[in-house]
Design a protein around this ligand. Structure first.
Ligand SMILES: Nc1ncnc2c1ncn2[C@@H]1O[C@H](COP(=O)(O)OP(=O)(O)O)[C@@H](O)[C@H]1O
Ligand SMILES: [Mg+2]
Length: 278
């Protein structure tokens, strides 16, 4: 297996070390920018010579292209990564209804094919030294009876990056997501705040700035961004540059080479600090 041409990444070449062969991009919600961020990451690593694989294991709202049901998220990821993997490997499970995956699975009479996801992921990790996987919705989204996105992440054994929308309300969503992830034993590498809407002046801008400030104080994981609001007509290369303006190259390199570690919500001491500073 080839090694990443990034520093301190030799362990990624160990096929047995599945926990550090990629990133799982989750979010505080749907529509927060997971596809944007995952695509930009794929483009960023690719621009540095990394052979990056991409995956969207489960998608809903698939569209017909000829006789095939395809996920637009998977197509965006593949374009950014320059991937020539078969579409069914990049997106092994796709439902047509644009609704929550568990409901879509029930309506389609087709439960999530976990073995199919395992096989596709194995094939991607055999072919690529680094694989970026986009989740579906947020962490607690049900995928089957008693199975959520958390179980999917455990199954793939990947560290997690949380994408959060930068606007009023994001503090609680982000803290809940990181807290739950940590409680479930997931390895949270960081949070990326993303401006999904054009920034407004006045109170809106203040709310966004204070969200960054509060989350930075409250969380012990890195809080990155904000990624600026920008229309979506970007090439993969432009999106890599967009990502780099919000997440430093050193951070992106570190994420590619991170080992599993336990992280989480800051302790009560930090909570007091935030009260003191407010
Ligand atoms: N920084 C941004 N600037 C402008 N539009 C954005 C930004 N981030 C996301 N969007 C838009 O918001 C929508 C949701 O983003 P997407 O990446 O598809 O979210 P998710 O994958 O979490 O559902 C898309 O139309 C996307 O183009
Ligand atoms: Mg998406």
């Amino acid at each position: 297996m080839r090694e990443l041409p990034l520093s301190h990444t030799s362990h990624l070449s160990r096929a047995s070390d599945r926990s550090s062969s990629g990133l799982f991009i989750t979010g505080t919600d749907t529509g927060v920018g997971k596809t944007r961020v995952a695509s930009a990451m794929a483009a960023w690593y690719r621009a540095r010579g990394v052979d990056v694989g991409v995956m969207k294991p489960i998608a809903t709202g698939g569209i017909m292209r000829g006789a095939r049901l395809v996920a637009e998220d998977a197509e965006a990821l593949a374009l950014a990564a320059g991937s020539d993997d078969p579409p069914e490997r990049i997106n092994p499970v796709c439902y047509r209804d644009p609704i929550a995956p568990y409901s879509a699975a029930i309506r389609a009479g087709r439960p999530v094919d976990w073995r199919g996801i395992d096989r596709a992921f194995e094939a991607l990790t055999r072919r690529h030294p680094f694989v970026i996987v986009e989740g579906v919705g947020g962490l607690a989204v049900p995928l089957a009876r008693r199975m959520t996105v958390i179980d999917l992440i455990r199954r793939l054994r990947l560290p997690v990056v949380v994408v959060a929308r930068l606007r009023l309300g994001t503090i609680s969503h982000t803290l809940l997501t990181v807290e739950r992830a940590c409680r479930e034993g997931l390895d949270v590498l960081g949070v990326i705040l993303n401006e999904t809407e054009a920034p407004v002046e006045g109170a809106g801008r203040l709310a966004a700035r204070s969200a960054v400030d509060v989350l930075t104080r409250w969380l012990t994981v890195p809080v990155c961004g904000p990624l600026r609001y920008r229309s979506s007509s970007a090439t993969p290369w432009a999106s890599a540059a967009w990502l780099e303006r919000g997440v430093s190259p050193s951070r992106l390199r570190a994420w590619a080479s991170s080992r599993c570690r336990k992280t989480g919500i800051a302790t009560a001491a930090a909570s007091k600090e935030i009260v003191r500073n407010s």
